[in-house]
Design a protein around this ligand. Structure first.
Ligand code: COA
Length: 325
């Protein structure tokens, strides 16, 4: 058995040019900046231009992650893209990005776990790398939620935005022992009985349309806080670590109140929690790599820092990843 871990060696993100501020939203639905900021912390969201697809956003984020990692596209032998808003029903958006980047080796496939998608994709890539099925993985979270929002429902349309983030992972072998740095563990969960609390009312098999996001906000809020905090605790315990060991907590960026409550539930101080939701709203599978890139570009993460990622989304799905930077 090889003793290897997957290390994140570069991250990158991409947001479409067009910005809709909360003030702009008041021209679309009956809302106001004060309500949105107080309830969610969101100040603006980016919206994909006409003809701009999930694959376009994902490709740009991937190019930036590859540049940050100083890895050539030809070296990638596994591409996993997390999305709820694929370009087409098939082929996988991952396959389109693979072709656009000129990657010719290994599998490319999408992962569908809504807002937990990046953590699910990261866990899948980590397992494949540690099994020796690939050496260099590109893991992308990319979404154009603007295409599945009901722009007449103020309870949901103000909450989401479009964007993408990506990470390059490499399998690194230790010298007779597990490397200290890299992904230490991942924990994934789902509870399909909560379907009606967060879903899209369409799909190729049910309606033949893409449908729109439907949500029971209060239920989602409660479940999100509890599930994210619990999955981080489980991840820490699995590694013999405690909350005090966390240097950076990166929760899914849906809502600043949920993020603050996850930090409080765990007892992680605010200055160790990365918050970017104000700038891009909830970009679903893209929020964690967007927040990771935010920290990476500001050189917040020092070698050896313990970083905890956690997400919750439709399904319900949730989970965590604990990594040593
Ligand atoms: N602007 C102004 N008023 C709004 C509004 C908006 N965009 N959206 C809803 N309202 C109104 C409601 O109509 C309601 O009015 P009423 O009292 O006259 O009926 C009032 O605000 C309160 O609505 P409610 O839904 O009870 O608010 P809330 O405190 O639960 O906050 C959310 C709503 C959506 C912000 C909150 O439930 C939440 O953040 N949930 C989690 C959502 C999420 O993050 N989902 C993705 C997870 S992956």
């Amino acid at each position: 058995m090889t003793l290897s871990r997957s290390q994140i060696i570069g991250v990158g993100s991409f947001l479409p040019e067009k910005v809709l501020t909360n003030q702009d939203m008041t021209a679309i639905v009956d809302t106001n900046d004060e309500w949105i900021v107080k309830r969610t912390g969101i100040k603006q969201r980016h919206i994909a231009g006409e003809g701009e697809l999930t694959s376009d956003l994902g490709r740009e984020a991937a190019l930036r992650a590859l540049a940050a990692a100083q890895v050539k596209a030809e070296e990638v032998d596994l591409l996993i893209l997390a999305t709820t808003t694929p370009d087409n029903t098939f082929p996988a958006t991952a396959a389109r990005v693979q072709a656009q980047l000129g990657i010719t080796k290994g599998p490319a496939f999408d992962v569908q776990a809504v807002c937990s998608g990046f953590v699910y994709a990261l866990a899948t890539a980590d397992n494949m790398l540690r099994l020796g099925q690939a050496k260099t993985a590109l893991v992308i979270g990319a979404e154009v939620y603007s295409r599945i929002l009901d722009w007449e429902d103020r309870g949901t349309c103000v909450l989401f935005g479009d964007g993408a983030g990506a990470a390059v992972l490499r399998a690194v072998e230790g010298n007779g022992q597990l490397p200290e740095r890299g992904i230490l563990s991942t924990h994934l969960y789902a509870d399909g009985t909560r379907y009606e609390q967060l879903y899209v009312d369409g799909g190729p098999a049910s309606t033949g349309t893409a449908g729109h996001v439907r949500m029971q906000g209060k239920e989602v809020f409660r479940f999100a806080v509890n599930s994210m905090a619990t999955s981080v605790r489980t991840g820490l315990e699995a590694n013999g670590l405690t909350v005090e060991d966390i240097d950076w907590l990166i929760p899914h960026q849906a809502n600043s109140r949920i993020i603050a409550k996850v930090g409080d539930a765990l007892g992680v101080p605010n200055d160790k929690v990365i918050v970017t939701v104000q700038d891009h709203a909830n970009t679903s599978a893209a929020t964690i790599p967007l927040a990771l890139t935010h920290g990476f570009e500001r050189q917040l993460f020092k070698p050896g820092d313990l970083v905890a990622l956690t997400a919750m989304g439709g399904g319900f799905t949730w989970g965590s990843a604990i990594l040593r930077w």
